[in-house]
Ligand binder design. Sequence first.
Ligand code: NAP
Length: 256
Amino acid sequence: MSKTVLITGASSGIGLQLAKDYLAQGWSVFACGRNLDALNQLTDAYLYSFDVTDNQQVIDAANRCQQDLDKLGQLQFDLIILNAGNCEYITDARQFDAELFARVINVNLISMGYCLGAFLPKLKAYGHLALMSSSAIYLPFPQAEAYGASKVAIDYLGHTLRLDLAPHHIEVSVICPGFVKTPLTDKNQFDMPMRITAQQASSRIINGLHKKQYQIHFPKRFTWLLKMVSWLPRAWWQKLMASKSADVTIEGEQGS
Ligand SMILES: NC(=O)c1ccc[n+]([C@@H]2O[C@H](COP(=O)([O-])OP(=O)(O)OC[C@H]3O[C@@H](n4cnc5c(N)ncnc54)[C@H](OP(=O)(O)O)[C@@H]3O)[C@@H](O)[C@H]2O)c1
């Protein structure tokens, strides 16, 4: 019997590539997103179109998943990857955009709570849960107040779930990519050092999950560089990152 994986944010970028790669490995893939036209390219996957920021839509989707799991003769998922998310930047901290802040926290973090509530009961004992965070957790990036805060919170969430799900024999991983070329980063107008492709990101994630790594971070030379800079005295890394602030120019508002 094939293994089962549920992936949110599977209509684009990293999630889409993960869905393609797991399908190629013979898994039964439950692919989620809002854009059904984009999901339709995953011809062999089970498709669920819903907004992760709407709790009722998430609950309804989880019920539809259960019906498809039953038809497949599977009771629960082997792997759940909560990957859906978005990035918007606070371009002027003095005119702090509270709506933008709420939007980013909502789509990246609050929605993860909705997905955990609806999908976690459908994960097998000895199953694996993966949460999409970011390498932004290692060092503050200019203008990433909302995005970085959401991703640091996801890292904490993963740490805590790891403690609380261990007695249930559920593995938890947190994924922390550097820059990956996707529609999300295509909007950025600033330099993105060591950016890798979605194919490279997907293969590193699948490999890390296979090895049951807790924190899956890549590309390593980028993430280790961030970690090492963060170990410097605060005044040093603050000066370094503040100098990057001037380089960051974002192409207008980045709505979802
Ligand atoms: N690209 C990077 O450099 C990078 C680095 C670190 C972490 N990440 C994280 O990786 C994840 C995927 O990013 P990506 O680069 O692959 O971006 P992407 O190509 O823009 O894909 C984002 C995915 O999230 C889904 N999504 C967004 N809002 C949603 C909503 N309200 N309801 C349901 N689905 C929603 C999108 O679905 P629809 O389009 O169908 O709505 C899409 O499938 C994000 O959590 C991001 O923060 C990315």
